[in-house]
Design a protein around this ligand. Structure first.
Ligand SMILES: *Cc1c(COP(=O)(O)O)cnc(C)c1O
Length: 394
């Protein structure tokens, strides 16, 4: 099996699994217990906090453990909304192509009377800092812009947006789930107040994540209960998950340069080879994207059919985000970069990992054009396009 859906989730690395195992068996203490078994659990949690903080240049006191990226996004945005309610600032700036964990949270706030501005991401899939500055008003409490997009991989000008937010004293959150462990991040240099990350996107386990919150941002808790995580996140800590996340992030940061070089090479090989398919188009900027992301549209085909035939050939791919698949609506991300509906349906996302080999990529480069050609042959739409009864969009 060739796994090219690493933006959906990644394999837990053997090293991460090995580090996690003792916390299911011998070291099963509850970090709130006063006995030594519990205190040892507390200690490994604090060590993990320090490791994670170092990887993004934060203070360990500013790291809160959560159940994943979605929870971190919810907590970050809802916390600032609560600050906004108290200070009578009910305007939030975001972008059109955020993850649903952000978009749906913002829609909920809209129903509560917040005003949301969704910035354009243009054809290259990148927010313009000047648009952020122009959108800021007296009652803006939050800017939330993702670090790297999960479908098309484009990297946003986070440092510049952060600078603008600092200048205007607006809190800045970034959903960095696709960026952490893949590209260098420094919350200090990049002026980030809140940042979401998730372990299963960098070879850690599912169901564990973290929220970085700068000390001056008051967090609200989403879950009532015990006093874990300084009272900001109740519930017995997921010790094995936290250890797994810290190990995975440490490894990812150690290997980043090497992995990124290899992924960039293989990704660019995919882009240059598959671009030769007529009426195809790369989604998002070719260079300003995470090293492991390839995303392209092919006119006249259905992405789902392509995925099924790739699966038959032993290739796990995606047509966009795992959350949108299963619904017939085209991806909001592809619509946001201006792809017409019929083209947005024909998308293919291949996301690489450190385990991806050149042989695998070569096989994909051979298979995709064959399948696209086959699907076009049986497509009534393609027939109309060929006969000139319909205009090509790409
Ligand atoms: C995967 C993902 C999330 C959700 O993270 P979970 O840990 O699966 O809840 C949020 N944002 C982005 C950009 C993602 O890619």
């Amino acid at each position: 099996m060739i796994y090219l859906d690493n933006a959906g989730t990644t394999k837990v690395s053997p090293h991460v699994l090995e580090e996690m195992l003792p916390y299911f068996s011998e070291e099963y203490g509850n970090a709130s217990s006063l006995h030594s078994l519990g205190q040892r659990a507390k200690e490994v949690i604090e060590n993990a906090r320090t490791t994670i903080a170092k990887c993004i240049n934060a203070n360990p006191k500013e790291i809160y453990f959560t159940s994943g990226g979605s929870e971190s996004d919810n907590q970050a945005i809802l916390s600032v909304a609560n600050i906004g309610k108290r200070t009578n600032k009910r305007h939030i700036i975001s972008s059109k192509f955020e993850h649903h964990a952000v978009l749906h949270t913002l829609e909920k706030l809209k129903k509560e009377g917040f005003e949301i501005t969704y910035l354009d991401v243009y054809e290259n899939g990148i927010v313009r800092p000047e648009d952020v500055e122009n959108a800021i008003k007296d009652d803006t409490c939050l800017v939330t812009i993702m670090f790297a997009n999960n479908e098309i991989g484009t990297i946003q000008p986070i440092k510049e947006i952060g600078e603008i937010c600092r200048k205007h004293k607006v809190i800045f959150h970034t959903d960095a789930v696709q960026a952490v462990g893949h590209i260098p991040i420094d919350v200090e240099k990049m002026n980030i107040d809140l940042l979401s990350l998730s372990a299963h996107k960098f070879h850690g386990p599912k169901g564990v994540g973290a929220l970085y919150a700068k000390s001056n941002v008051l967090l609200s808790s989403l879950i009532e209960g015990g006093a874990q995580e300084k009272g900001k996140r109740a519930g017995t800590e997921n010790v094995a998950g936290i250890v797994g996340m810290a190990t995975a992030l440490y490894d990812a940061c150690q290997e980043m340069e090497e992995v990124s070089k290899k992924e960039t090479y293989l990704r660019d090989k995919l882009i240059s080879s598959l671009s030769k398919i007529p009426h195809s188009a790369l989604n998002g900027d070719a260079k300003k994207r995470v090293p492991n992301n390839f995303c392209m549209c092919f006119e006249g085909i259905e992405g789902e059919s392509l995925l099924l035939l790739l699966d038959d050939a032993g290739i796990c791919a995606s047509s966009g985000s795992a959350c949108t698949s299963g619904s017939l609506d085209p991806s909001h991300v592809l619509l946001a970069i201006g792809r017409p509906h019929e083209v947005a349906h024909g998308s293919l996302r291949l996301t690489l990992s450190k385990y991806t080999t050149e042989d695998e990529i070569d096989f994909v480069i051979k298979k995709v054009p064959e399948i696209v050609e086959y699907l076009r042959k049986i497509s009534p739409v393609w027939d109309e396009l060929k006969k000139g009864e319909r205009k090509y969009a790409i």
